[in-house]
Design a protein around this ligand. Structure first.
Ligand code: NAP
Length: 305
């Protein structure tokens, strides 16, 4: 059977690290074009400077949109209007309203829309969610500490409105938390340390709550951290089991047992899921991690850096 013709829009770090190699090994998708303002010809496929030029010139079945979030909504809209299936990198858009608009448009046009949260596709995260569903959630503590200069060199867009600042990484932790918590997570308090010259926070502390969870649900996000990064989620179940997710959700330690490491990789699982959604005529739209970030921006006390 012919493979689905896909284009990547936004050929930056994540597109090169993950999307290009995973599509290259796919038996379902065939990369036919890339779009980026400074794009050069990429392994024999057509390269465009702008997505509208691409939509005018070639036939496609699907796109993967890997741009910064602020421009994603209009691009996704144009692609859905052209009848394409759309995969969105995280976060799916820059606002809750934009996600709702894309959801309505995908339904109207009968196309699959997939809001990916890559960290949710770790086997370790799925296992932790299964154990919490069985045993109940008592408390959770998230530490997402990294050096922004190491992980985001030259990415000025993260400090602009719609760039998310420290939540560009922290939303991955929140996507794991929303996948694991049996009840809806609510934001109770937030405190931001703002970037000294940018528009977005460089660090944030959040206090969350969920019905039936007696202990604290605390979130510490900090991009000023030097040395080895720490991406951990420490969970206590009501049956007194300790679940420690580390490596951004890639590893799970249950009490003192040997660690369980995730298998084939998040992005293979993401493209398998996208293929299934298209085949079955479904969408998967999850705005919960973005909703928590939006609530933090509504409620936060802000300290100037
Ligand atoms: P990046 O390296 O800055 O790449 C973004 C790319 O989008 C750049 O190549 C940029 O092109 C392109 N772009 C900007 N505006 C565009 C437009 N209007 N049309 C087409 N292309 C456009 O950023 P990134 O780290 O890959 O992150 C992109 C998204 O993926 C973010 O939402 C991020 O949260 C998510 N993500 C990143 C990682 C990671 O490890 N980096 C992991 C998972 C998810 P120019 O360079 O020509 O401006």
């Amino acid at each position: 059977m012919a493979r689905l013709r896909i284009a990547i829009i936004g050929l930056g770090k994540i597109a090169r690290d993950q999307h290009l190699p995973v599509i290259a090994s796919s038996t379902v998708f065939e990369l036919v074009a890339v779009v980026s303002p400074k794009a050069t010809v990429e392994s024999g496929v057509r390269a465009f400077r702008d997505h509208q030029e691409m939509l005018r010139q070639i036939e496609l079945d699907a796109v993967a949109i890997c741009t910064p979030p602020a421009v994603r909504h209009m691009i996704a809209r144009d692609c859905l209007e052209r009848g394409l299936h759309v995969l969105l990198e995280k976060p799916p858009a820059a606002s809750i309203g934009e996600v709702a608009d894309l959801e309505a448009l995908s339904r109207r046009n009968g196309r699959s829309l997939f809001t990916t949260w890559h960290a949710q596709f770790n086997d370790s995260v799925l296992e932790a969610a299964r154990l919490v569903a069985d045993q109940g959630l008592e408390a959770m503590r998230i530490d997402w500490l990294e050096d922004v200069e190491k992980w985001h060199p030259g990415q000025q867009w993260i400090w602009e409105p719609g760039g998310f600042g420290v939540f560009d990484a922290g939303i991955n932790a929140l996507s794991i938390a929303t996948a694991i918590s049996p009840a809806k997570l609510l934001l109770r308090q937030a405190r931001f340390s703002m970037h000294p010259t940018g528009q977005e926070p460089i660090a944030a502390n959040l206090a969350l709550a969920a019905a039936g969870v007696k202990g604290p649900i605390d979130v510490i996000l900090d991009w000023r951290h030097k040395g080895e990064e720490r991406w951990t989620i420490d969970i206590r179940t009501r049956a007194h089991t300790r679940l420690l997710l580390s490596d951004g959700g890639g590893t799970l330690r249950i009490d003192d047992q040997p660690p369980i490491r995730s298998g084939q990789g998040e992005y293979h699982a993401i493209y398998d899921k996208f293929a299934r959604l298209i085949k079955e005529g479904h969408s998967l739209i999850d705005g919960e991690p973005l909703r928590l970030v939006a609530d933090a921006f509504l409620l936060a006390r802000r300290d100037q850096g």
